[in-house]
Design a protein around this ligand. Structure first.
Ligand code: 3HC
Length: 696
């Protein structure tokens, strides 16, 4: 953490060389104090007749991660970044930037406003503002196209991607690649300028070549692909002004930037960025994680194979256990196939693939897991099977080993009670495919030890996953909420909306896929099995839609059987399964329902309201630590539209009072399903929001 008394920018004079270092850990974000200090430092050194060249670098892990995101949405405090950068560019004394670690957003814009850039190997640069619903608003869209080809500038700015040091040099973002520590390279670069080996120049003096046809084509493609996302489109439009004199282009860039700053997308995307990090704040954060080198995985199905692949990629050694040798070998082959995919996508090279596979062992029975530091059980969802496995693990695993279940809804307390060491038992709920999906629900049972929880979060970090802490309940955070709101899609279907219309409406607001397309993809048999499991405890009063059961009874489970709600025979866009349409109508007739029209807005409103209601209950019961944890679960595990920031961020936009009114309105049709959660009513009564709860 930063010591409040330490200056955020330091100056050093070494003969004719002035060194400026930004020192604002952890990532040298440029909040008001840094902006002012940078301005003062440059003004001071530029006015010093003894200083002939200035070199600027970052202390700590990177040059700078850009503007301080935490200031967004608040009243701006001068000086503004563009003004600081204009002053830097105008400096009579040449200024060189030395880039190491990550140089992002305003950090790169700072570098672009200096007179030359030297980059260290391993560094990465980028203008990721579009990922936050913004565009580079401190000169990035005007200065980058002056240094690199138009196509490269469009690519870097509209995708927000990171580029490595070599590419940055090759494209012209950086002038030189040099090895050493940032201060060493800064000194050397300053002398290179003094010796005439590095020629500084003002980026604003270079003219950008704007090919209107290339620009128009890029904008048309962005509009076609993601019409709802304004930031990349506006960023490309802003680049189009780079052919103007710099001051004029900068003004236009600023106007577009401020429009985006006011947008809901910007708020939602920054909330999503914060959510990924906020979930790390858990009560067990201070506990020391246990050592984790070797992991056992029980079960070689899709889940076990995905988990094993992800563990290997995180550098752990894995022992995968199956019930028979041939099944274990089949799992091994599937893991190898996953790694082949990673090689094909350029994520790992062939040598790494071999090394990872060498770290995999397979076996039969639990005995080979005696020395594992962690065991993850990923067999099918049957409590008796799991109880048996855990009591056998209890008999063979070494003391201190963590015993985890990948169950997606079963009671982890009961599983823990099957062992003599409930403090070591935890739920690690991965999402399929486990080597791709970023979410990991860490299910903390009543007796789980704090250091076991800390170990799970540590593991998630190593696996680059987003871990969210959940309490024990049927379905934990995600599947519990899903089980509730998924029903409303069926209710609307039975009442008159078509499954295509429902999917289209939700995809229209940015869901990766509508609920019926998701059922087809996941396999309708999975939901069918869950409904059968819950049937005995389903209250007689609960409205139950049988359409999905009727479709499953035909042996149609979605994509894997070629048909479900839709047909998957041959290429082309999805087509509704005509037999499914007949089933829908037959079920409406059987129940005597006269179908009514649904507008897309109503479909979205009912679906979101149902989701928010159950999410509020999950927070109210303490299953999720905070509303933002629920948001993270849906953003990273359920394809919730990122620009909406998660269900409870979206709830704040709708407003608690409006949500209560909606639920009360819907309750006139079905008072059993539509109930106002206490927490939501409290928020409505007190005028507070879920965001307020996140701050507590
Ligand atoms: N402003 C404020 N805080 C920031 C920040 C920023 N730009 N970037 C990172 N942080 C904070 C994080 O929130 C986190 O805080 P926490 O410890 O309290 O949770 C801490 O710094 C460390 O960050 P990470 O945990 O993400 O560390 P990593 O090493 O995993 O990643 C990173 C570092 C690659 C820099 C990553 O944090 C990142 O991508 N940051 C955002 C960069 C970005 O989008 N910059 C553009 C800002 S917008 C802008 O510059 C506008 C301009 O054009 C006008």
């Amino acid at each position: 953490m930063k010591d409040q008394n330490q200056p955020v920018v330091t100056i050093r004079r070494e003969g004719p060389v002035g060194l400026i270092a930004i020192a604002n850990p952890p990532v040298n974000a440029m909040g008001a104090a840094v902006r002012q200090a940078l301005l003062d430092a440059v003004t001071e050194l530029d006015g010093d007749a003894d200083i002939q060249v200035i070199a600027l670098y970052g202390e700590g892990r990177c040059f700078s991660a850009g503007a301080d995101i935490r200031e967004f949405g608040k009243t701006p405090v001068p000086p503004r970044l563009p003004d600081v950068f204009d002053r830097i560019e105008a400096s009579e004394t040449p200024i060189i930037a030395v880039l190491h670690g990550t140089t992002l957003g305003g950090g790169l814009e700072l570098a672009l406003s200096t007179h030359a850039r030297v980059i260290l190997p391993g560094a990465q640069v980028g203008l990721p503002e579009v990922k936050l619903g913004l565009l580079p608003g401190a000169g990035g869209t005007q200065r980058l196209p002056r240094l690199v080809a138009l196509r490269s500038a469009l690519d870097i700015i509209t995708t927000g991607k990171f580029i490595d040091a070599e590419e940055a040099r090759d494209l012209g973002v950086a002038d030189l690649l040099a090895e050493g520590t940032p201060p060493e390279v800064a000194r050397a670069a300053a002398y290179a300028v003094l010796d005439g080996k590095l020629t500084p120049r003002r980026t604003g003096d270079i003219s950008a070549q704007i090919d209107q046809a290339v620009l128009d084509q890029t904008i048309a493609e962005l509009q076609a692909r993601r019409p709802a996302l304004q930031a990349p489109i506006k960023a490309a439009q802003s680049i189009g002004h780079a052919g103007l004199p710099l001051a004029e282009g900068l003004q236009k860039e600023r106007a577009l930037f401020l429009e985006l700053m006011e947008s809901d997308d910007r708020q939602g995307l920054i909330h999503a960025f914060a959510a990924e990090r906020a979930v790390r704040r858990i009560p067990e954060a201070e506990a020391t994680p246990r050592t984790l080198n070797s992991v056992g995985v029980i079960g070689g199905g899709t889940m076990g194979v995905g988990i094993a692949t992800a563990l290997l990629q995180a550098g752990l050694s894995v022992t995968l256990i199956e019930t028979a040798q041939d099944r274990a070998e089949a799992a091994q082959a599937n893991i190898a196939r996953n790694l082949d995919g990673a090689v094909k996508r350029g994520k790992i090279d062939a040598a790494t693939r071999k090394r990872l596979l060498d770290a995999l062992q397979i076996g039969v029975g639990v005995e080979p897991l005696a020395d594992a530091d962690l065991v993850i059980e990923a067999v099918f969802e049957d409590m008796d099977v799991k109880l048996d496995i855990f009591s056998r693990l209890d008999g063979v695993c070494k003391a201190g080993a963590i015993l985890a279940t990948n169950t997606s809804y079963l009671d982890v307390n009961r599983i823990a009670a099957a062992t003599s060491r409930p403090q070591d038992v935890i739920g690690l709920h991965f999402f399929s495919p486990a080597h791709v999906m970023r979410l990991l629900e860490v299910v903390v049972a009543d007796k789980t030890a704090p250091d076991a929880v800390a170990t799970a979060f540590d593991l998630a970090g190593r696996m680059k996953k987003v871990a969210v802490r959940s309490g024990v309940c049927d379905g934990f955070i995600g599947n519990r909420i899903l089980a509730h709101y998924r029903k409303v899609a069926d209710y609307m279907l039975e009442d008159g909306a078509s499954f295509e219309q429902i999917d289209r409406a939700l995809e229209g607001v940015g869901f990766a896929m509508g609920p019926f397309a998701v059922s087809d993809l996941a396999g309708m048999d999975i939901g069918w099995a869950t409904r059968k499991r819950k049937a005995p405890t389903r209250p007689a009063s609960e409205r139950y839609v049988e359409i999905a059961d009727r479709i499953c009874e035909q042996g149609w489970f979605g994509r894997k059987t070629g048909r479900g709600y839709y047909l998957y025979e041959g290429a082309g866009p999805r087509q509704p399964n005509p037999d499914a349409l007949t089933i829908v109508q037959a079920e409406r007739d059987r129940k005597g329902i006269t179908p009514r029209d649904f507008a897309e807005d109503e479909i979205v409103a009912r679906y979101m309201t149902a989701m928010i209601a159950e999410a509020a209950r999950v927070v109210e019961e303490g299953i999720a630590l905070r509303p933002i944890d629920v948001d993270a679960v849906f953003l990273f595990g359920y394809g919730f539209p990122r620009h909406l920031g998660g269900p409870l961020n979206h709830a704040d936009r709708i407003g608690a009072a409006e949500l209560v009114a909606r639920i009360e309105g819907y309750a006139t049709e079905d008072a059993d399903y539509w109930q106002v959660p206490d927490l939501l009513r409290q928020l409505a009564d007190t005028g507070r929001s879920f965001a307020d709860l996140n701050k507590e």
